[in-house]
Design a protein around this ligand. Structure first.
Ligand SMILES: NC(=O)c1ccc[n+]([C@@H]2O[C@H](COP(=O)([O-])OP(=O)(O)OC[C@H]3O[C@@H](n4cnc5c(N)ncnc54)[C@H](O)[C@@H]3O)[C@@H](O)[C@H]2O)c1
Length: 252
């Protein structure tokens, strides 16, 4: 198993892609801390694993500096190391255009989607530098490259995540820390399930998905497989990349 003996931390581990990442890393031998703001969701992720002894649930709001510092300190105290971090927790802005975006919505989306990965990285980098190795994987989005995958705050936050990823790779790559971003297209998760109902349908997303070469929504496990590859030693030469995994959404 490729992650035997390694400790992984996955934020947003209570649902969707984060849950799939927890499953994937645990199945490959890692001990995984599933972090979520929703305690019940994180607990259910762990309970649902085929190897529940290889994971634990933790509650933290990734946009809170105090909560993130306490989380990382707890994991290091308990497990002695952190090898893999997936900063994956995120929230959507319901495709709100700039002129309708309240400062509360802006701050919430930037706080979770961009400040969250910054705070997590700031807390784990010293641990990884001390170890001499570590992998950080940030979940960005096609919204790191194009408009229309979200509204103003979401698209700005995901462009920021890719920028943060590149800077982390640049600053720490030579000291053993690899950092990359995953940039999914439309994936069927808790975040998007309302878009599949008649009331929630978004014509832009509908048309985009029908028009992609894949012609369908992506599955969380397909994203988790990419995270697993990027976290593995097979990806040793990959630094600061933003991996589009979108069924071809952004090709045209
Ligand atoms: N679903 C898609 O189509 C899609 C596409 C591109 C990118 N993404 C990104 O993928 C990531 C995962 O999204 P998903 O689709 O699996 O969503 P999801 O809603 O299924 O899961 C997100 C999880 O994050 C948790 N979370 C929210 N705010 C948090 C906070 N402040 N602190 C800790 N946890 C918090 C939620 O409780 C939830 O369990 C997000 O960053 C999202 O922006 C999603």
């Amino acid at each position: 198993m490729k992650f035997e003996g390694r400790v992984a931390l996955v934020t947003g581990g209570g649902s969707g892609m984060g849950r799939a990442m927890v499953e994937e890393f645990a199945a490959e031998g890692a001990f995984v801390v599933a972090v979520d703001i929703n305690k019940q969701a994180a607990t259910e992720t762990v309970k649902g694993l085929s190897t529940p002894d290889r994971a634990s649930a933790a509650v933290a709001d990734v946009s809170s500096p105090e909560a993130v510092e306490a989380l990382v300190a707890d994991v290091v105290r308990e497990h002695g190391r952190i090898d893999i971090v997936c900063s994956n927790a995120g929230v959507l802005d319901d495709y709100t255009p700039a002129h309708e975006t309240s400062i509360e919505l802006w701050n919430r989306v930037i706080g979770v989607n961009l400040t969250g990965p910054f705070l997590i990285s700031r807390a784990v980098v010293p641990v990884m530098l001390e170890q001499g190795r570590g992998v950080i994987i940030n979940t960005a989005s096609i919204s790191a490259f194009v408009a229309g995958g979200g509204g103003a705050a979401y698209t700005a936050s995901k462009h920021g995540v890719l920028g943060l990823t590149k800077q982390l790779a640049f600053d720490y790559g030579s000291r053993g820390i690899r950092c990359n971003a995953i940039c999914p297209g439309a994936i069927q998760t808790g975040m998007t399930e309302h878009l599949l109902t008649a009331e929630g349908r978004n014509p832009h997303v509908d048309a985009a998905i029908k028009g992609t070469p894949a012609g369908r929504w992506g599955k969380p496990v397909e994203i988790a497989k990419l995270a697993s590859f990027l976290a593995s030693d097979d990806a040793a030469f990959i630094h600061g990349a933003g991996y589009l995994i979108d069924g071809g959404w952004t090709l045209p």
